[in-house]
Design a protein around this ligand. Structure first.
Ligand code: CP
Length: 467
């Protein structure tokens, strides 16, 4: 099977079988690097890194060179025509006419999707704001698989800035799909965003339980779990009392502790660094003496700052430099596949714990916009051509999910485009949670950002409108 001309914008762009096949190819790349040196001869990779990077950029560039290809790069927005007000869509079209593949890191959430929509060549997301970092997830899964042979049934604890860390956002969807149990250990005020948790609890077959009370137990202050996602592949059945269930889970120990740094560059509103660091959980030898970590792989996407002590570097459980090194064979395999230089065999029956859901789409010329100020669809240079687009992920309550950044909207007022006989005076708006609103077909749904907007568009309140 060929993966040629595909994009990797989110981790969902690869199935479990495709990821497994990519890992087999990465093994081949690592075992016989010299034999790969002509695979991508004559191909050019555009390396566009508009945020700092050491590992992702340099491993991608090395990977392309090791495959016999060449690299063109831009590493500073200020040195490109984006600084003159060019849109990223225009940039994508132009770079797409020079190169064979684009790897992009950009501070706006959803930027890689827009580049993929316009470039006409394969695009790889190397990190878009706080949204996703799918190739880091490939390195993480590859590391776990190398050390533990399989991901199914493992317990993985995610630690630190779960709110802004894009690596953990891609990673949890992959872990859930492969059948891992996930423990959430956020720093203060840095919980996993609600929209990520909602996706986890509706689109995968496991069960998500929040357990705030556990934080208050003195014996657990070192291990601040606030939620658990229990995969159905685990032999343990989740008890009615989630706190007790977690105690049971913890006794068995965690298989990996995935540490992340405080993403100080993404905090809004801007807070003093010292304030941010206060109470941020640190992983050190003392913590890892706990029984629950006896066999835990200590992972980190790097760079680290203060959250993981240097004394851990000689501990055999520490995996973070291996994780970074695996970036090379994994990214070599990915480039070779998307450039059509290699093909793979995908197992016919894939073992996935994801539910298949086809959400209806909401896309209209005017009306609601994504509420995330960092979403690509809200940027001055991009609003000229991007039409807001959402998946309707729930009707009761009504929830729309932005297709660019995954942030949610919870609209209060809606209407139907099928108003009676098309007469203007019959244009009515309704409360989104009303009996009538729920009956509106997705293709007829009109969503308002506010009641004021409904009235400005000459809709009148119906008897189904709560005022
Ligand atoms: N893990 C990671 O993305 O590292 P860089 O920011 O150095 O690329």
């Amino acid at each position: 099977m060929t993966l040629a001309n595909r994009n990797l914008v989110t981790i969902d762009d690869l199935s479990n079988g495709e990821i497994e096949a990519l890992f087999s190819l990465a093994d081949e790349m690592a075992n016989s690097p010299k034999e790969q040196s002509e695979l991508c001869q004559g191909k050019i990779m555009a390396s566009l890194f508009f945020e700092p990077s050491t590992r992702t950029r340099l491993s991608f560039e090395t990977a392309m060179l090791r495959l016999g290809g060449r690299v063109i790069s831009a590493v500073d927005i200020g040195a490109t025509s984006l600084a003159k007000g060019e849109s990223i869509a225009d940039m994508a079209k132009v770079v797409g006419s020079y190169a064979d593949i684009i790897v992009i890191r950009h501070p706006w959430e959803g930027a890689a999707r827009v580049v993929a929509d316009y470039a006409g060549i394969p695009v790889i997301n190397a990190g878009d704001g706080s949204h996703e970092h799918p190739t880091q997830t490939l390195c993480d899964l590859y590391t776990i698989r190398k050390e533990r042979k399989a991901i199914k049934g493992l317990r993985i604890a995610l630690w630190g800035d779960l709110k802004h860390g894009r690596t953990v956002h891609s990673l949890i969807y992959a872990l859930a799909r492969f059948g891992a149990t996930i423990l959430f250990c956020p720093g203060p005020g840095l919980d996993m965003p609600e929209h990520v948790l909602r996706r986890l609890s509706t689109e995968y077959k496991g069960e998500l339980k929040k357990c705030k009370n556990l934080n208050q137990k003195p014996e657990r202050t070192l291990f601040p779990i606030d939620a658990i996602y229990l995969t159905p592949s685990s032999p343990h059945q989740l008890a009615m009392l989630p706190d007790i269930s977690i105690q049971v889970e913890l006794k068995a120990g965690v298989d990996a502790l995935y540490v992340t740094r405080l993403q100080k560059e993404r905090q809004t509103p801007v807070v003093k660094e010292q304030e941010l660091k206060k109470g941020y959980p640190v992983v050190d030898k003392k913590l890892l003496k706990g029984k629950e970590f006896r066999k835990a792989l200590v992972m980190h996407p790097l760079p680290r700052v203060d959250e993981l002590t240097y004394e851990m570097d000689t501990d055999p459980r520490s995996m973070y430099f291996k994780q970074a090194a695996y970036g090379l064979p994994v990214r070599m395999a990915l480039l070779a596949l998307l450039l059509g230089a290699k093909e793979v065999t995908i197992p016919e029956k894939e073992d996935s714990f994801a539910r298949k859901i086809d959400y209806p789409v909401y896309k209209r010329e005017s009306g609601v916009r994504c509420l995330n100020p960092n979403c690509v669809s809200n940027q001055e240079t991009e609003v000229r051509y991007i039409k807001p687009e959402f998946k309707i992920v729930s009707r009761q309550p009504l929830i729309l999910r932005c297709i660019y950044c995954d942030h949610e909207l919870h609209p209060q007022y809606v209407a139907s485009s099928e108003w009676h006989q098309g007469k203007l005076e019959n244009k009515k708006y309704h409360s989104a949670d009303s009996h009538f609103a729920r009956k509106i077909k997705p293709e007829n749904l009109i969503v308002f950002a506010s009641e004021k907007e409904a009235q400005a568009r000459q809709f009148k309140p119906s008897s189904y409108t709560k005022r």
